[in-house]
Write a protein that binds this ligand. Structure first.
Ligand SMILES: Nc1nc2c(ncn2[C@@H]2O[C@H](COP(=O)(O)OP(=O)(O)OP(=O)(O)O)[C@@H](O)[C@H]2O)c(=O)[nH]1
Ligand SMILES: [Mg+2]
Length: 334
């Protein structure tokens, strides 16, 4: 019988990815688990989604999960208690990260007890296993009270110690950026979408099978110990997409005040119907180099296929490796 070689090749690629990628995305607490539920609908190859919560009802539907504490009904906003619970679960956390794990992506809304308490403990263990460790988090509204802010800032400070790269979105800042007429539910859903976009960057890069591609080691080289990171997503809407793309880049990064950027990870997404061209790629890279990349030590580009984009182009840009951290507080959004 004639074997369909194309299909075999495709299947091989998928199996290879499954075997080598080993990305664990750990969603912690209410916000983290809600992002995880959205990621679960995307079917990302080579990725294991692991929820971690003190409210055990949020752990259902996953192969493996990390319950913390013995009550199962939340943390009572007590991050110190959760830290102890997480520390007592170190062997369980190690076994979740063992085996095929190569990268760990921690997703949480800092400020509550569960995320603020557990995220640093998980990051510390990931670092001990020498895994590429990235955190994407939201910081609470300043109106959420002193205790919430303290828990969030302590969590963030410790994440900075253990993670290679930390992308933090301030809810205060997002409130100024998002439309005023959003309901609270819509607002949090939009914040979750941002966390999702960052969380899927690494899986997107390593699971796509482009000819010019970036693998996990490249991503690791760019993100390794790069500290706080900025995330920006730009997407064109018209057929004259290159001009639009270049003007979006200029609008976003012109007059960029931050410290010199040492590391840049750029994902260019397009569909196979209209893949990004050499000219488009070169122009995008030149524009970014001119505006933010003159001092870059590493500027990695990955091309990812996303059929949903049809004629459009989407750029996902992660910048990090800032010299003076004071200037860099919150991740930028478009
Ligand atoms: N991104 C996002 N953030 C949220 C959401 N709901 C609340 N937050 C923010 O995230 C912070 C943490 O809230 P939760 O995720 O409920 O906290 P938790 O980690 O579950 O901790 P506890 O509920 O105290 O056990 C809050 O202080 C809010 O700033 C949400 O649906 N999405
Ligand atoms: Mg909660």
């Amino acid at each position: 019988m004639e074997v369909d070689r194309t299909i075999v090749a495709q299947q091989d690629a998928v199996y290879t990815n499954l075997a080598i990628t080993g990305v664990k995305i750990i969603g912690i607490g209410g916000a983290g688990c809600s992002v995880l539920n959205k990621l679960a609908t995307l079917d990302l190859p080579g990725v294991e989604l692991i929820p971690c919560h003190t409210d055990f009802s949020k752990l259902e539907g996953y192969n493996r999960a990390l319950p913390l504490g013995d009550r199962g009904s939340g943390s009572g906003l007590n991050d110190l208690q959760v830290r102890q619970w997480a520390s007592s679960q170190k062997p369980a956390i190690r076994s979740l990260l063992d085996g095929s794990a190569k990268a760990v992506i921690i997703v949480t809304g800092l400020g509550g007890g569960t995320g603020s308490g557990a995220a640093p403990v998980i990051a510390e263990i990931a670092r001990q296993h020498d895994l590429l460790t990235v955190a994407c988090v939201t910081m609470p509204f300043s109106s959420e009270g002193y205790e919430t802010i303290r828990a969030a800032e302590t969590g963030l400070k410790d994440l900075m110690v253990y993670c290679d790269s930390v992308v933090a979105f301030s809810l205060d800042h997002l409130e100024k950026t998002f439309a005023d007429d959003l309901s609270i539910t819509e607002f949090y859903a939009a914040a979750d979408d941002l966390l999702l976009k960052v969380a899927r960057m690494i899986p997107d890069i390593i699971s796509t099978s482009e000819e010019i591609n970036t693998d996990l080691n490249d991503v690791r080289a760019v993100l390794r110990k790069s500290g706080p990171a900025f995330f920006t997503q730009l997407e064109t809407s018209s057929a004259t997409r290159m001009d639009e793309c270049l003007s979006l880049i200029t609008k976003t990064f012109e007059g960029h005040r931050a410290q010199p950027i040492r590391r840049i990870l750029l994902i260019i997404k397009s569909s196979s119907r209209r893949p990004v061209t050499m000219l488009e790629t070169r122009s995008i890279v030149q524009a970014l180099t001119q505006l933010i990349g003159k001092k870059a030590e590493l500027f990695k580009i990955a091309l990812v296929t996303d059929e949903a984009l049809e004629d459009r182009l989407q750029l996902n840009i992660l910048t990090g490796g800032f010299i003076e951290l004071e200037e860099v507080k919150w991740s930028q959004i478009d």
